[in-house]
Ligand binder design. Structure first.
Ligand code: DQA
Length: 153
């Protein structure tokens, strides 16, 4: 937990999300990763919170970012992308840092191929938002801020 003056969220995006805007726009929309991050930052700053944004195509880098959030963030918004469906290490890292987590997917993974229907991350998330596109990030940020305990003075 950070102090009252530095309440902060980590927004973490997994593999291939750096390609947003040009990657399968019929599924993922035309917003870029920069648009996604700007939406999260705007939603947080409206409440006086800050956001650190990390995107990586590498599982270990995502895990390192989760570990670094302990002591620097009050919650994590994560779109683990394809690692949602394959990684045990990412949910283990999220459990390990004991921060509230919201899992976001731009697309509705339950309307897509069967292999996307299960996410290992969902079991360690407070909430899961999928199919809301870029709005999912704003909703996740607002949920984490609204559900956070009041900051200690
Ligand atoms: C995704 C859904 C995943 O199945 C996929 O592998 C992604 C993006 C989404 O945001 O809809 O890369 O997480």
């Amino acid at each position: 937990m950070t102090t009252a003056s530095t309440r902060n969220l980590l927004v973490l995006n997994g593999p291939n999300l750096n390609l947003l805007g040009t990657r399968e726009p019929a599924i993922y929309g035309s917003s870029t990763l920069a648009d996604v991050e700007a939406a999260a930052i705007a939603a947080a700053s409206a409440h006086g919170w800050t956001v650190d944004c990390v995107q990586s195509n590498h599982e270990g880098d995502l895990i390192d970012a989760i570990h670094a959030a302990r002591g620097t963030a009050d919650g994590i918004v994560i779109n683990p992308a394809a690692y949602s469906h394959t990684s045990v290490a990412i949910p283990d890292a999220l459990s390990g840092v004991e921060l509230p987590v919201v899992e976001v997917h731009l697309s509705n993974i339950h309307r897509r191929e069967e292999f996307r229907h299960h996410s290992f991350v969902s079991a360690v998330a407070q909430a899961v938002i999928c199919g809301a596109g870029i709005s999912g990030y704003r909703l996740a940020v607002e949920y984490l801020i609204e559900s956070a305990a009041p900051a200690a003075d």
